[in-house]
Design a protein around this ligand. Structure first.
Ligand code: PLP
Length: 376
């Protein structure tokens, strides 16, 4: 938790549950990543946290933006981003949304199928397009399976077709999954994308950009490699496969930029046991899966907790949200322990929750309002 967030929580005591996010930390993270990968252009993955103060700060840093919908495109423009600095990176777009983004000046779009490419040719004529390829997600705590990307052979045909359809076959992309803790995931993906890149060049396609996606991790309960380790591994692999004819390099960090800038402040609603001698206490918070903690699905992302009793004796807990849906249980199998003194009414903090929380909150499930947000 940054000193500014701690001060705000202490002095303002905002009602819970809420996210408090330090926008200066967003800037520090952007600068640290830019220093680790100076050859790369940063397209912030807006979906991680689309709040205006975050986007506005990034605009002042000359960041570019990766938008997943027309609504996110509009949010970037409203924050002052130039349309040329926006990539419409979702491979699944309504044609009306493509038309709307194109009309606002967006000229870079992702695709991974022929049908999507034909939509782009019709509704974003002449635009720069890049094809997303399937790569392994091993090492990612929030992997993406096969939903996005296509096989190399198909990507090759589609990039040739893009040129024939009057689009600019600008580049290739991949995404190694979110909260990627292994630098080798990028190295393997770069090796794969480089093969296709060379093939396309040989086939006369004017491909000139490689988009390495996001995935750069944040520290939750476990240590993760430093961002400089990712930078070194990525540039090592790029140089190994492209020599000194490096293509334009794009990265799309989301979690890394905003994750550790924010803290969720919550209240303990109830501490109870299922039997008198049961060693496991159930700790119910006023935020859960439907309040924004969607990434606790499958106990994938394991947030760290702060309580007013830290340092005292601890015991095993199951941690759950306040709604009457049983999937609203956050951690049952991940060996969480919390202080025995923890009680109803205590305030607790969930650390490094600046990414993928506010936008995942349901509207009014069980009547609970979406998470409040404070940007400081
Ligand atoms: C979600 C996403 C990102 C951002 O991922 P992080 O793990 O938050 O860095 C980047 N690129 C694409 C294509 C994505 O879907």
């Amino acid at each position: 938790m940054t000193p500014k967030v701690a001060r705000y929580l202490r002095d303002s005591m905002p009602a819970t549950p809420c996210l408090v996010l330090d926008v200066d930390r967003v800037e520090e993270n952007y600068r640290r990543l830019a220093a680790a990968l100076p050859q790369a252009r940063i397209y912030y993955a807006v979906k991680a946290n689309p709040a205006a103060p975050v986007l506005q700060r990034l605009v002042t840093l000359d960041s570019s933006f990766d938008a997943a919908s027309f609504e996110e495109v509009a949010a970037c423009l409203d924050a002052g981003a130039h349309p040329e600095a926006i990539s419409y990176g979702n491979t699944i777009k309504k044609e009306s949304a493509i038309r709307a983004a194109f009309a606002r000046g967006v000229r870079m779009f992702a695709f991974d199928s022929e049908a999507e490419l034909r939509k782009l040719a019709r509704s974003a004529p002449g635009a720069r397009v890049y094809c997303r390829i399937l790569v392994g997600n091993d090492g990612a705590e929030w992997p993406l399976s096969r939903k996005f990307g296509c096989e190399l052979e198909m990507a090759k045909e589609l990039m040739v077709l893009a040129g024939e359809l009057g689009l600019d076959p600008f580049g290739l992309s991949f995404h190694v999954g979110s909260q990627q803790t292994k630098t080798v995931a990028y190295e393997a993906a770069i090796a794969k994308v480089a093969m296709l890149f060379t093939d396309l060049r040989d086939a006369g396609v004017n491909v000139r950009m490689v988009n390495l996606g996001g995935g750069y991790p944040v520290r939750y309960r476990q240590e993760v490699p430093e961002i400089d380790d990712f930078g070194a591994a990525i540039m090592g692999a790029m140089t190994k496969h492209f020599g000194n004819a490096l293509p334009e390099i794009v990265i799309e960090p989301g979690r890394f930029i905003v994750g550790d800038a924010g803290v969720v402040s919550a209240e303990v609603v109830l501490v109870s046991r299922k039997a008198k001698d049961d060693p496991v206490r159930w700790v119910y918070l006023d935020i859960g899966r439907f309040g924004g903690l969607a990434e606790t699905e499958g106990e994938a992302i394991k947030y760290a907790f702060r309580t007013p009793h830290d340092g005292g004796a601890e015991g095993p807990v199951t941690i759950a949200g306040p709604t009457c849906d049983s999937t609203d249980t956050l951690y049952e199998k991940s060996n969480y322990r919390l202080p025995l003194a923890l009680d109803s009414g205590d305030r607790v903090e969930l650390l490094a929750t600046g990414a993928y929380v506010t936008t995942y909150a349901s509207q009014r499930f069980n009547g609970f309002a979406p998470l409040a947000e404070h940007y400081v």
